[in-house]
Ligand binder design. Structure first.
Ligand code: 57M
Length: 359
């Protein structure tokens, strides 16, 4: 909205020309989202505590988690609110991709919200039933795949990192592939969200990395120079990524150890799906497995643990899955696990950035 209101004034006041630049709007989108979270955080925490939306802690988990009982959850509502407001303020609202990511973020947020609502407010211990949750996620992801597929000139080729000559064309199968990326990322982030700041840290890092990819993919000259897929209009997604990163930082202020608030499914499902959609739009779909490698590692730890458990009648690879529980049970202090996992996430994001040159 700021873009639409102020940029036209550049004809009379030349300084307003600055609103044309994606880089400028990305910076201010991050700051806006950060400030919304930072300033509203204490009020949201008070409100959630007052409404007794406090986390129930499973008794089969690590002992150290019992002291977290009652921490307000559903902080994802604040994250989504700040991302949406900031995006509406700073992006070019005639851009189709912006509306797609907003739809996914709000839609997956709604699924998570229903789940949290049933658990926290209706006090149903299981929340939304797994099958219904997956069904809703699938419908929304396929719809998103169709929306992206119908964008004129949107390539249905998949970019394979490090191999510029390999990019299989999936045709309409791209819709299913996009849906897989979105659902997978959403659930992987959800699984990772089990220690203070453990999910939001790597999400900030992934948003920052995709901010660069979106800018580059949407810039005809740079995309050509780097020989990556040019996606007309994807530059505006950099502004959205900026809002995600800023919002994440604002939320981390309160979610850092010892957390005063958790994001809940409303946050983890929405943010995971959002970053998955950004990966699809910027045509860096497979690279997300590296940018968000930490989410992949956490998910694989569960798959291997459950698989091994079933195959061997109850033997385990890890002391407990997802992987962060394994290290906690080994005696690492929670902040140690969190910061070390962040370090891994930063390293993976840096390697992924190198693919812009290595191909
Ligand atoms: C949710 N959520 C936390 C909070 C957060 C398939 C299976 C591996 C799934 C997995 C699971 O349920 N994962 C998804 C993980 C929960 O946090 C809430 O949930 C939201 C995210 N959806 O925002 O609202 C707890 O996590 C802790 N937490 C923090 N800080 C944060 O900032 O400390 C969360 C956010 C919170 C809090 O304690 O209560 C969760 O873990 O429930 N299941 C598991 O993770 C379970 N693993 C398991 O059963 N492993 C088995 C194998 C065979 C699968 C094994 O290894 O033997 C464990 N979960 C827990 N305890 N809590 C089991 C032990």
């Amino acid at each position: 909205m700021i873009y639409h209101l102020l940029f036209p004034l550049h004809k009379t006041i030349s300084v307003f020309n600055v609103f044309r630049y994606i880089t400028f709007r990305t910076i201010y989108a991050s700051l806006t989202a950060f400030l919304i979270c930072f300033l509203l955080g204490p009020w949201v925490i008070r409100k959630l505590s007052y409404m007794q939306i406090g986390q129930y802690i499973r008794d089969d988990g690590p002992e150290t988690h019992h002291k977290k009982a009652g921490t307000p959850t559903m902080g994802g509502t604040l994250i989504i609110f700040s991302i949406i407001v900031s995006t509406l303020l700073w992006t070019n609202l005639t851009n189709y991709f912006v509306w797609i990511v907003l739809l996914v973020t709000a839609g997956y947020g709604a699924i998570g919200f229903i789940d949290d609502y049933l658990m926290q407010i209706k006090k149903q211990s299981k929340g939304l039933n797994v099958r219904n949750k997956f069904l809703l996620q699938t419908i929304l992801a396929i719809l998103t795949g169709i929306l992206v597929y119908t964008v004129p000139d949107f390539s249905t080729r998949v970019t394979v990192p490090f191999f510029k000559n390999i990019s299989p064309d999936l045709g309409w199968g791209y819709i299913l592939f996009a849906a897989f990326v979105i659902i997978g990322t959403s659930n992987a982030v959800n699984i990772t969200d089990g220690l203070d700041g453990l999910a939001i840290g790597p999400l900030i890092i992934a948003s920052a990395a995709y901010m660069v990819f979106a800018y580059v993919a949407g810039h005809f000259k740079i995309a050509n120079y780097l020989q990556i897929n040019y996606v007309a209009g994807s530059g505006e997604i950099a502004v959205f990524c900026g809002a995600m990163a800023g919002s994440g930082l604002g939320f981390l202020w309160f979610n850092s150890y010892p957390a005063q608030i958790f994001m809940g499914d409303v946050g983890s499902l929405a943010l995971g799906a959002a970053i998955g959609t950004v990966a699809v739009i910027t045509k860096q779909e497979i690279l997300l497995a590296l940018v968000g490698g930490l989410f992949v590692i956490e998910t694989l730890s569960v798959i291997f643990q459950v698989g091994f458990f079933k195959m061997t009648n109850g033997r385990r690879i890890f002391r407990m899955a997802p992987l962060h529980h394994h290290f906690e049970l080994k005696g690492w202090a929670e902040p140690k696990v969190i910061v070390r996992f962040w370090i891994i996430a930063i390293a993976l994001a840096l390697i992924s950035m190198s693919t812009l040159k290595l191909r």
